[in-house]
Design a protein around this ligand. Structure first.
Ligand code: NI
Length: 224
């Protein structure tokens, strides 16, 4: 009888360590698709120091390979890094009183590394692991380029976008397929603001752009 009890105890212990536990020391690696969908708004375009009435810049969306690494500091709290291959966005401008209509203004690549703290809501043994997070984002723009459509009007130009520091907020969930593998869905809102500075032979065009994207990520994950 005693032997039987010990067996039950050992089995129970094995089962417990074998459950879906996200626990202190776990490393969660996720890879999949990440879509950056700007909710852009901007100040009026400023041409040679004069604001152009009814004008605005806009930024389109882009999908890349997204990677996140999360390390469980406790059974419920993780520190997470969001990384990706570079996003590439087209920038358009409604020229308003300039009378050119909507033009393709340029394009840029960017990397938006984001470090967050996540709080897992459910018990660590649960198969379904929803979480909320908050973090800090740094966005670096590079390979900015002026579109030929705008250059057709103002001549060959250059574009510079300032880097951005901002806060981010996140919700997401891991769903354990087994002890190691899981699927993840997560949404970030990231405060990304930049100054766009277009320079042409005889003109300068500037605007402050609030990119403030939602980032949607769907990934496959592995727990180490
Ligand atoms: Ni903003």
């Amino acid at each position: 009888m005693a032997k039987y009890s010990v067996s039950i105890f050992v089995l129970a212990a094995l089962f417990a360590s074998n459950a879906f536990a996200h626990e202190q020391g776990s490393l969660l690696v996720r890879a999949g698709l990440a879509n950056v969908d700007p909710d852009a708004s901007s100040s009026a375009l400023v041409l040679d120091g004069v604001a152009v009435g009814s004008s605005e810049a806009d930024v389109d969306d882009n999908t890349q390979l997204g990677l996140t690494f999360a390390y469980m500091l406790t059974d419920r709290i993780a520190v997470e890094v969001l990384a990706s291959t570079p996003f590439k966005h087209d920038i358009s401008a409604e020229t308003g009183d300039l009378g050119l209509g909507e033009v393709d203004a340029g394009e840029t690549k960017h990397l938006p590394p984001t470090v967050s703290l996540l709080y897992y809501i459910n018990d660590s043994a649960s198969r379904f692991q929803p979480y909320v997070g908050a973090g800090i984002n740094y966005t670096l723009f590079f390979e900015e380029d002026v579109d030929s459509q705008l250059e057709g009007v103002l001549g060959n130009g250059s574009l510079e976008l300032d880097p951005s520091w901002g806060l981010s907020a996140q919700v997401g969930m891991d769903y354990m397929l087994n002890d190691k593998a899981f699927i993840n869905a997560s949404i970030w809102w990231i405060d990304i603001d930049t100054d766009a500075d277009f320079r042409f032979p005889a003109n300068r065009l500037t605007t402050d752009v609030e990119i403030d994207p939602f980032v949607y990520q769907l990934t496959f994950g592995w727990r180490f």
